[in-house]
Design a protein around this ligand. Structure first.
Ligand SMILES: *Cc1c(COP(=O)(O)O)cnc(C)c1O
Ligand SMILES: [Zn+2]
Length: 433
């Protein structure tokens, strides 16, 4: 009897309610994302005393090699969440890139190799679909800029859930194919992401589906905290001085912040100031523009950039991202499409990491911040690379070399090698900056 009570206490969920970020009103833990009182966004509220009593560095280290090692910080009750090996991606010391930029301690958090669909979205979807099952949904859906559709379709397939996903119709071929292979219903909407999102809000109201980034958004967004937890653990249970991350809706950025704060709150790492800097593409930079103009509101824009995965013109968490960048003494910068391509090439050539356009944006912003003196060379800096370059091949086509086609003969090879040496010296002219 006592034993069974103890056991049930040990697995009692550490999350207790949904809470409005603006007015503090609380709600049951259902599929709901907007406050009825003030229309503010809802967030999951936790019992941090319970987490502190239950979690230590060793209990985490004894957990699975996936985001579920941090399960007590995530809004699911089941003991068997959907675990497709998401998370625990490499934190790489980037010495060659650091030297090129004049930094001393630079790391890449490499979610270009996150499982199963090679972007950080697998983190948020693993959490959202686990919660969707707990809430009884049998069909899951999302409004996506590409990676979220890949992730939702793949993890729904693994979990045996029906899936219908929505994307703008002009996405890269790799993103479309990388969704269709899992055989969901795929709606390619003739419009931009913000129009797709508006349509999905209406569908969510009429069809009773679990939309990972709409009615399940409070649960979904918590998955991004694991990008904060992992970096802290991989740095040897300490926080970095500065992080640079891409901004679309702004959710990922705010949740890395929340992840660091939670680790401090429960005593897993020492508190220290961490500067938060955000990256956008100039062709869709509503948050960067608000930052530059000192506004505390975000004016929506119409996206036009090759960085489609982060092209959200009306970012739901934009004001919270602004607030974090300002209060941590960070920055939000935007870069041109040409700089994004150069950023993709720079990361590939210095570190052997092929990222997509969102990663190119982040590297280009890192470079811009360093050149403007906005990153101190002595700061330990972590750059979040969130997606894989094989999915956005269109972006670099025409800006990289071509193979030397040769005959299977030694002299043909020698002639080509000679030619390659002449070409090497011209290489920088190919960078479209
Ligand atoms: C979705 C996405 C982001 C940003 O997501 P938000 O949480 O909406 O800011 C960043 N990088 C990639 C590759 C993405 O797919
Ligand atoms: Zn409210």
């Amino acid at each position: 009897m006592t034993q069974s009570i103890e056991r049930s206490l040990a697995t009692t969920p550490t999350f207790s309610a949904l809470k409005c970020r603006e007015c503090g009103e609380t709600y049951d833990l259902g599929a709901k994302h907007v406050c009825e009182e003030c229309f503010g966004p809802l967030e999951v509220a936790y019992d941090y005393d319970a987490i502190r009593r239950r979690v230590t560095r060793s209990t985490i280290q004894a957990g699975p090699l996936s985001i579920w090692r941090y399960k007590d910080f995530l809004p699911v009750s089941t003991d068997s969440p959907i675990d497709v090996g998401t998370g625990m991606t490499p934190l790489v010391r980037a010495n060659r890139l650091a030297r090129q930029l004049g930094l001393k301690e630079l790391y890449i958090k490499n979610d270009a190799v996150n499982m199963p669909t090679l972007s950080f979205k697998d983190r948020v979807v693993s959490v959202a679909l686990t919660r969707a099952q707990e809430l009884g949904f049998t069909t899951v859906s999302c409004a996506s800029t590409g990676n979220l559709a890949n992730s939702t379709a793949a993890i729904a397939a693994h979990a045996g859930l029906d899936c219908c996903v929505f994307i703008p119709s002009d996405l890269e071929a790799g993103k479309v194919l990388g969704t269709l292979i899992y055989n969901p219903t795929l709606m390619a909407v003739q419009g931009n992401y913000d129009q797709v999102n508006r349509l999905c809000s209406e569908v969510a109201n009429t069809h009773g589906w679990g939309f990972v980034n709409i009615n399940l958004r409070p649960y979904y967004s918590e998955g991004s905290k694991t990008l904060g937890f992992e970096v802290a653990e991989q740095l040897g249970w300490r926080l970095p001085d500065h992080i640079v991350a891409p901004l679309a809706s702004g959710s990922l950025f705010t949740k890395i912040y929340k992840g660091f704060q939670e680790f401090v709150k429960v005593g897993l790492v020492d508190d220290k100031p961490v500067r938060f800097s955000g990256a956008q593409a100039e062709g869709c930079s509503p948050i960067a523009q608000a930052f530059k103009e000192g506004r505390d509101f975000v004016t929506p824009v119409k996206p036009s950039t090759i960085a489609k995965s982060i092209a959200i013109g009306n970012p739901a968490d934009g004001i919270y991202a602004l607030d974090i960048a300002r209060k941590t003494n960070g920055n939000i910068e935007a870069v041109t499409d040409a700089e994004i391509v150069a950023g993709m090439k720079l990361l590939a050539e210095t570190e052997g990491i092929f990222t997509e356009t969102a990663g190119g944006t982040t590297i280009a912003v890192l470079k811009k911040l360093v050149e403007a003196g906005k990153i101190n060379p002595d700061e330990s800096t972590v750059v979040y690379i969130t997606g894989n370059g094989l999915k956005t091949q269109e972006a670099v086509q025409g800006y990289i070399g071509e193979p030397f086609v040769i005959e299977p003969k030694l002299d043909s090879f020698e002639r080509a090698l000679e030619r390659s040496r002449t070409l090497d010296r011209l290489e920088w002219q190919q960078v479209p900056v």
